[in-house]
Design a protein around this ligand. Structure first.
Ligand code: 4AZ
Length: 241
């Protein structure tokens, strides 16, 4: 995160870290049950390559209170295009823990985030929160989870006339001083409605470098994929929204 601040240990309770070969390269968002939302470009169809770390705060902390989940199946959106980053969205279906019907042990530090069902739920100008262990302005990845507020931006296609596609959404600040960056990919952009309910409105996807004026961060617009999420999770999410 460029222009971010350090989080407190349980601030972003739906934030997960996607680990591949022992390294955290991406973030994700916990949707509840056995479901994690991330970017398609963060994963491959090989579930055994990935671990999902819950309630991780400091990557290198000696006291490890994180919960690790295994992946049963990687569901990459059928329209994902690795060249254009169209439909850069994926669901990780976690393995059920032995002897239970759950994929996670009880942990008060973990909370699910809601899935938005309509692209009308939040309007341009709304301030939302991004979080991740990705690069800062100096290009350093972070040990502690960072967060920042960014505004939803109208007319994403005006910033990226050649690369904008339906299902993409822009967020950032006018100065370009706050942005997601490499390593934050797959992580959530979360907006709160007036009653305090948190929705994962975006998934960190791409952008022209980070924190450049006129080049906001580009996110997969989760509401655009509501039907796919609902069907893929076998309607799981509707029970919670
Ligand atoms: C990346 O390389 C990346 N400023 C992610 C987000 C942004 C740029 C690049 C948005 O994964």
């Amino acid at each position: 995160v460029v222009g971010g601040q350090e989080t407190t240990p349980t601030q972003i309770q739906w934030q997960v870290a996607i680990q591949e070969e022992g390294k955290v390269n991406c973030g994700g968002a916990y949707l509840g049950g056995c479901w994690v939302l991330t970017a398609a470009h963060c994963v491959r169809p090989k579930p055994e390559s990935f671990r999902v770390k819950f309630s991780l705060w400091m990557k290198r902390s000696k006291i490890d209170t994180t919960d690790i989940a295994f992946v049963k199946k990687v569901h990459i959106h059928y329209g994902y295009n690795a060249k254009t980053y169209e439909n850069d969205i994926a669901l990780l279906e976690l393995k059920v823990l032995g002897g239970s019907q759950q994929c996670l042990s009880e942990n008060p530090a973990i909370r699910a985030v809601c899935v938005p069902w309509s692209i009308q739920q939040f309007q341009p100008g709304h301030n939302c929160t991004i979080s991740g262990w990705g690069r800062d302005r100096e290009g350093n990845t972070q040990d502690k989870l960072l967060w920042a507020n960014v505004a939803l931006i109208e007319n994403c296609h005006e910033h990226y006339p050649d690369r904008y596609r339906p299902g993409m959404m822009c967020a950032g600040d006018v100065e370009g001083s706050v942005d997601s960056c490499q390593g934050d990919s797959g992580g959530p952009l979360v907006c709160q409605d007036p009653s305090g309910v948190s929705y994962v409105w975006g998934v960190v996807s791409w952008g022209e470098r980070c924190g450049q004026k006129g080049y906001p961060g580009v996110y997969s617009q989760v509401a655009h994929y509501y039907e796919w999420i609902r069907v893929t999770t076998d309607k799981y999410i509707t029970k919670y929204n």
